[in-house]
Design a protein around this ligand. Structure first.
Ligand code: MG
Length: 504
């Protein structure tokens, strides 16, 4: 990548320090989740927030700021230069518009809120969390005011997680989805074929961890994960983190009563990792390195997890591998049972356990709640009840307890309003990418042969390499030739599940 503009060159030199500090912080956070002994967490929190403050200070550094502000006014010529300044603008908007004491106060409130939320969830006591939630919503309303917005304060928050996404756009997409998903879920769960299969997971089954590890390594290698530039470890909740260009870490979790989880969640995290490993190396240390948004990242991880990993043709091609490891456990299991068990559709209370069809409904619920809370359309004290009503309407189930309702997710305890919609956006982007890929790649044949590298290569060429060069809207248009359309996802689900469950 050639940078012509001399001011921008200087900005990038300084930005490299921000990138370095962020990677050092990511290393500490990875260690916290994978290795840290329980008593180490207090010191680690201090180390981590010290680094956060250093990063904030680098942004606020007067030399850096004046160089950046000068670069904004200069004529930039290449696509890369323009994208760099646009991406820097996101950090700048946050650090230069929101007063530093508000950023620090919110961080502090969120660390306290996290501990209170954990207790409140354990005690199933929403009232206990109410004061923290009220403060955090107030902080985010204030932050939205400082960031600025046209129609809706929630837009300013959405934009922090998924650039250019607005509440109106979410509403348009999610209303379309909701209308079709609710009846589709009913149709599947009422079908004759539903749950009419042999079970092979649960308490009476045993799948030793070492076997699962071998399968996990096998699938990562087949997807094209570069193990010289990354590794897999174990943590309570699987995640992916980038510690440097040549060090992408994923984690997984082994459940000895069910081998499916480590398999599909490893495919999910490897999807995130392949994105990071596939970014143009020239972008290293610049604001173009790394995936462009949470939504695009999630589209790729879900693509591998659901559209590849749970695809009936793919499951047919990997079932001999499962059977070679689990001869005894799977000998009575027919292929239909295997495929249906990977693709069980079951409206449930908990988002993180949700299947591919009901998952977006969980997100729509959260989007509607956030939009109303930030706009003051519902009272925060009534939110647990509103959650129950929405859950009943969207999923057909509602929990009597707040622990399994409004208190189930950590996001609000971190004060991350605006984060959730990116998950559902991922589903929509992914289905649209798939439809485009199918025009060039014989997807079914590739899955039948287990030739996953062909899929990775398509993603490398069309998406991964660009890192943060294009914003989601532009990337979708560039890759698929159309703007985002939720019907790709609906068609994908209808077609797949009609086949699996013999729907008419
Ligand atoms: Mg993910």
């Amino acid at each position: 990548m050639k940078i012509e503009n001399s001011t921008l060159k200087k900005v990038l030199k300084k930005y490299r320090e921000i990138s370095l500090l962020s990677h050092i912080k990511a290393t500490l956070d990875w260690d916290l989740n994978v290795n840290l002994p329980p008593l180490g967490s207090e010191t680690r929190a201090i180390q981590s927030s010290y680094l956060s403050e250093m990063i904030t200070n680098k942004w606020l550094d007067t030399k850096f700021r004046s160089l950046y502000e000068k670069a904004v006014t200069e004529k930039l010529t290449t696509v890369e230069e323009k994208a760099i300044i646009r991406n820097l603008g996101y950090g700048a908007k946050y650090y230069y518009n929101v007063p530093k004491d508000i950023i620090i106060e919110k961080d502090k409130t969120a660390s306290e809120a996290f501990i209170i939320w954990r207790q409140a969830r354990e005690e199933n006591n929403y009232k206990k969390f109410l004061p923290s939630l009220t403060k955090l919503i107030d902080f985010d309303k204030t932050i939205a005011r400082h960031l600025g917005y046209k129609d809706n304060p929630y837009d300013a928050l959405l934009d922090l997680y998924e650039p250019e996404l607005t509440a109106a756009e979410c509403e348009r997409l999610f209303n379309g989805l909701k209308k079709e998903l609710v009846p589709l879920v009913k149709k599947i769960t009422k079908s004759k074929d539903y749950s009419n299969t042999v079970s092979f997971v649960g308490a009476s089954n045993h799948y030793p961890t070492p076997d699962q590890e071998r399968i996990v390594h096998y699938i990562m290698q087949h997807m094209g994960f570069n193990s010289q530039a990354g590794r897999v470890d174990i943590s309570a909740h699987p995640f992916t983190t980038e510690l440097s260009r040549h060090d992408i870490r994923i984690t997984t979790n082994y459940k000895e009563t069910d081998f499916r989880e480590s398999f599909t969640s490893t495919m999910h995290e490897t999807g995130h990792a392949l994105y990071e490993q596939g970014v143009n190396p020239d972008y290293d240390g610049t604001p173009l390195a790394s995936g462009v948004s949470l939504g695009i990242h999630e589209s790729l991880s879900r693509f591998w997890e659901n559209m590849v990993g749970k695809n009936p043709i793919f499951l047919h091609s990997v079932s001999p591998i499962f059977k070679s490891f689990y001869q005894k456990q799977l000998h009575a299991v027919d292929e239909k049972s295997l495929i249906q068990s990977f693709n069980t559709v079951q409206p449930s209370l908990i988002r993180i356990n949700a299947d591919e069809v009901t998952y977006s409904l969980h997100i729509i619920l959260r989007f509607e709640m956030e939009n109303e809370l930030i706009n003051g359309n519902i009272q925060i004290k009534d939110a647990a009840e509103v959650w129950r009503e929405k859950s009943k309407k969207l999923l057909g189930v509602a929990s009597a307890t707040d622990a399994e309702g409004i208190l189930q997710d950590v996001h609000w305890a971190y004060g991350s309003f605006g984060y959730f919609p990116s998950y559902a956006m991922g589903n929509l982007y992914g289905a649209q990418f798939l439809a485009t890929m199918k025009k060039k790649v014989d997807f079914d044949a590739v899955l039948a042969k287990g030739d996953l590298l062909l899929i990775k290569e398509w993603l490398d060429t069309n998406i991964h390499q660009y890192g943060s060069l294009y914003f989601p809207k532009e990337l979708i248009k560039k890759v698929t030739g159309e703007k985002l359309d939720y019907t790709f996802f609906l068609n994908y689900l209808t077609e797949k599940y009609s086949r699996i469950y013999n729907l008419k």
